[in-house]
Design a protein around this ligand. Structure first.
Ligand code: ADP
Length: 461
């Protein structure tokens, strides 16, 4: 029998007793009133006791009682006890989490919706010079680097921002923000001083070695030319040796030039001016005309046909990617189609280098009677340069890798095509410095299309 049934039976029995006694004495109504009042008082007393117990937190053992009220006390007490256990467990977990985040070598700061500091670990306090009392302060008031404030405001946290530590400028930090929850953000800062130092050492090393190799290479080339001039052709072995030596020194020269160019792209500030790209593209072709005298004039609107036996000359532009490893004559036909006369902000030498590389590759990896299409046009919110060829194409697995330094895809070619594997790395770097993207679509045996997408914000007049 459960407690409710028990309570009901007691109530009924009491009512029965009152009815019997009331019937015998004729005092039913006063007795019923006394019973009701008694029961009411009892319930009020129980409620009062319960309220007092719960007001003190319900932590102490509940008062001795019986019936339904004992059940109520028991259940509330049990819920409270479980809650206490859960809280203790949660507290332990939070403590463990705090201890582990405190021990993290990376700085971590929890930011609120208004950029205020909610919590920071030990590393954050050290590298940002934060105090316990800075809790609730807005972080831009404490880390005042303009690039950090711009990053914080931008809302685009896909890439980290590199900053010196506000308390020690010899420490370089890679700061990244991760958004989570409702308006909360986690700021993580990693010490990349060593990494940056190594990177700088690598850049310096490549730049120095490339620079130092230039002089001996020039001397070698000079002597080789003299020796070739002196060669009377009587010894075929000597003649081929000279040719091979010349080929290899040229290859080395191209490598050195490309490495120096990449170093310049990584380290130098770019000049930004309004570049007349249609004129630049026409000029790249005209330079070929100057050297080989085979190109026809291009038009500003109608597609023009250009025969470009050799895409460019390094003598005219120091930034141009070497294409000297090309076969001597390239008979691919170039269609230059200038569908827009839009100009863009950028560095002319860099853009010239990137465009020449793309055109040079298209010609290099194309069969003799094919067409290479060069298009300059507007597409939705970007301005595009397409260089499309009908050449050997690139395997799908190689496409993501061709812009890596020294990566050359292994295609069985009828003729051996020389190259340094640095051309597309240069293109990628130049485009990155112009907020542009490179899209590569290609199919083996059918051809490739390299599209450079410049954002509309780069358009100038
Ligand atoms: P390089 O041409 O000097 O080898 P690049 O960086 O310019 O170096 O190109 C990397 C590789 O990408 C090339 O070796 C070649 O396999 C592939 N590639 C580049 N452009 C084309 C193209 N238009 N058609 C086919 N393959 C290409």
């Amino acid at each position: 029998m459960d407690v409710w049934q028990k309570e009901l039976i007691i109530g009924l029995l009491l009512f029965l007793a009152v009815s019997v006694v009331g019937g015998m004495t004729g005092l039913f109504m006063p007795l019923a009133l006394v019973l009701t009042l008694g029961m009411l008082m009892h319930q009020l007393y129980q409620i009062n006791r319960f309220e007092r117990w719960i007001r003190t937190g319900g932590r102490a053992k509940y008062p001795k009682t019986s019936g339904v009220w004992e059940e109520i006390y028991y259940h509330v007490y049990r819920i409270k006890k479980n809650e206490k256990k859960r809280k203790k467990k949660l507290g332990k977990m939070v403590d463990q989490f705090r201890q582990s985040t405190e021990a993290l070598p990376d700085a971590a700061v929890v930011l609120g919706a208004n950029d205020e500091i909610e919590w920071a670990n030990k590393a954050a306090r050290e590298v940002f010079g934060l105090q316990q009392s800075d809790k609730g302060q807005r972080i831009p008031n404490l880390i005042r680097f303009p690039e950090f404030i711009r990053y914080l405001k931008s809302g685009n946290y896909s890439e980290p921002v590199i900053l010196p530590s506000p308390v020690n400028n010899r420490i370089t930090l890679a700061v990244r923000i991760i958004a989570y929850g409702a308006g909360l953000r986690l700021l993580l800062a990693q010490d990349v001083t060593q990494l940056k130092k190594m990177e700088r050492m690598r850049k310096d090393f490549v730049a120095n070695v490339s620079h130092e190799l230039r002089t001996p290479l020039t001397v070698l080339k000079g002597y080789l030319e003299t020796l070739q001039d002196m060669d009377d052709g009587e010894s075929p072995l000597l003649t081929t040796s000279f040719q091979q030596m010349q080929g290899q020194t040229e290859r080395m020269q191209h490598l050195v030039d490309d490495l120096l160019l990449l170093t310049r792209l990584e380290t130098q500030q770019k000049k930004t001016e309004c570049i007349n790209v249609p004129a630049l593209l026409s000029q790249i072709c005209k330079e070929a005309e100057t050297i080989h005298g085979k190109a026809s004039a291009s038009s500003a609107t109608a597609p023009a046909l250009l025969y470009l036996p050799h895409p460019c000359s390094r003598a005219h532009a120091p930034y141009l990617h070497p294409v000297g490893n090309l076969p001597n004559r390239i008979e691919a036909r170039i269609e230059l189609s200038l569908e827009s006369d839009v100009n863009i902000m950028g560095d002319e030498q860099e853009l010239r280098s990137a465009f020449t590389n793309l055109l040079g590759n298209a010609l290099k990896y194309s069969p003799e009677d094919s067409v290479v299409k060069v298009r300059w046009y507007r597409s939705n919110d970007s301005i595009v340069l397409d260089v499309e060829d009908q050449g050997e194409g690139i395997a799908a697995a190689d496409i993501p890798r061709v812009t890596e330094r020294f990566y050359r895809s292994e295609v069985k070619r009828i003729k051996k095509v020389g190259g340094t594997g640095l051309g597309l790395a240069i293109v990628k770097h130049v485009l990155m410095r112009h907020d542009a993207k490179l899209n590569i679509t290609s199919e083996l045996g059918k051809g490739s299309r390299f599209s450079c997408h410049f954002p509309a914000k780069r358009v100038c007049h």
